[in-house]
Design a protein around this ligand. Structure first.
Ligand code: ADP
Ligand code: MG
Length: 404
């Protein structure tokens, strides 16, 4: 699960990770009021930042006003202008894609004088099965570019499972940033605190880009990205509440509400499969037969009529879908029940109207597969059944490019 920068900064504060003061709001007037209060507390520079679930805001551009998603302001009037230019507009960044993301909320934060910008990231290194902490002197930049072009500029420390981050590891990282004296000590403290935050919140990514050194020798997080392990959210109800569903892909969101694992892709063949491994194999088969998968959809091990129906609805929301391949292995679930589920779903008025010109190929294998095939063949619906995956694939080729 992703959260916004302003939410991540609230969490960091709770873990004694230094961040500049700030206020998140959806209203221009409130942004102005927040800046006035910050000014009364001695602030002389303000930064207005679009809160969307995507990075690259500083170099991004809003569609109507052409403003950036991160605007530095010297005066309260500039804060008002910045807030007006962002709120309600659509921000396009390298990470949002062309369609961009609507800015519904902004963060007004203290402007910090920057001596140097660094990168700091903590995530799980799956290949090593260890958490890794990465730092780089190339802060503020796209870290993927640094990794590609100058990988030696990224310094890493891996934490042994079951052990804490060791003080000497944090010192090694702070040293790699070229810090000395008080700033060095502050960076060590920062890294230790951030790792503790990462662990205790069950985050799977914490990225501070930039982490900055101020002319006064302070070390702070000017940007913060945090994502969390969905499977651990049940033990963090406070974090779960931070979910902003309006930032998520609506179809993927709908699927997750039905317990379906759905990822939208660019192809023309919708697929409904039980089990992630079988889903991957099915996507390969679709490609081999000349199609392109329109989605990844794992309906889970205990698919029933209801899941099949929801799966159909979700696949059909994608207008690129020209055929649907259902590939279910009846292990826990019986094939005849799935077959009945398919028929019931196709008869559903809402689905029936959409599948009229979308052929459905069903391949059911496993418990009661014979009965299932009979059920499908005896129905008078536009459903083609196949027993072998290769036959199913041939049917997919057929319906995509009918023999002339
Ligand atoms: P993004 O990564 O989405 O572009 P950042 O929060 O990293 O957004 O901001 C982009 C740049 O704007 C930073 O690299 C930094 O130079 C500047 N910036 C961001 N927040 C502040 C701040 N509070 N004070 C001063 N400069 C800032
Ligand atoms: Mg950033």
């Amino acid at each position: 699960m992703k959260i916004h920068e302003y939410q991540a900064k609230e969490i960091l504060k709770d873990y004694n990770v230094p961040v500049p003061a700030g206020v998140a709001t959806t209203e221009v007037d409130e942004a102005v009021k927040a800046a006035e209060e910050m000014k009364a507390n001695g602030a002389t520079l303000f930064v207005v930042k679009a809160q969307i679930h995507a990075g690259g805001r500083g170099k991004g551009e809003t569609k109507n006003s052409g403003a950036s998603g991160v605007i530095l302001c010297d005066t309260i009037d500039e804060v008002r202008d910045a807030a007006e230019s962002m709120l309600g507009d659509v921000l396009v960044t390298k990470q949002t894609g062309e369609e961009g993301q609507k800015v519904k909320r902004i963060y007004v934060t203290d402007g910090v004088e920057i001596e140097q910008e660094f990168y700091l990231g903590i995530l799980l290194d799956r290949a090593k099965s260890k958490n890794v902490i990465m730092v780089s002197t190339e802060g503020g930049m796209d870290i993927e570019t640094v990794a590609e072009e100058t990988p030696e500029k990224i310094v890493k420390e891996w934490v042994e499972p079951g052990m804490d981050l060791q003080h000497n590891q944090a010192r090694h990282l702070a040293f790699a940033l070229g810090l000395e004296g008080d700033a060095f000590k502050k960076a060590v403290k920062f890294i230790m605190a951030l790792y503790n935050c990462y662990l205790e919140t069950d985050a799977n990514l914490v990225e501070i880009n930039p982490l900055v050194l101020t002319p006064g020798g302070d070390v702070m997080a000017l940007d913060a990205k945090m994502t969390f392990d969905d499977n651990a959210l049940y033990r963090h109800s406070d974090i779960e509440k931070l979910r902003d569903k309006s930032e998520e892909n609506p179809v993927e969101l709908e699927a997750s509400e039905f317990g379906l694992n759905y990822v939208n892709l660019d192809g023309n063949v919708g697929c409904m499969v039980n089990g992630a491994g079988l889903a991957m194999a099915t996507m390969d088969i679709i490609k081999l037969s000349g199609g392109e998968p329109a989605n990844f959809l794992d309906v889970g091990g205990s698919a029933n009529a209801e899941t099949v129906k929801n799966g159909f609805r979700i696949i059909l929301e994608d207008e690129n879908v020209q055929a649907i391949l259902i590939n279910i292995f009846g292990g826990i679930v019986r094939c005849d029940r799935v077959a009945n589920g398919v028929i019931e779903a196709v008869k559903d008025p809402e689905i029936a109207q959409k599948v009229d010109d979308v052929p459905i190929i069903v391949r059911l294998q496993g418990t009661n597969a014979e009965e299932a095939k009979e059920i499908i063949d005896n129905s008078d619906l536009n459903v083609i059944s196949a027993v072998l995956l290769k036959d199913a694939a041939a049917e997919v080729s057929n319906v995509l490019a009918p023999a002339s």
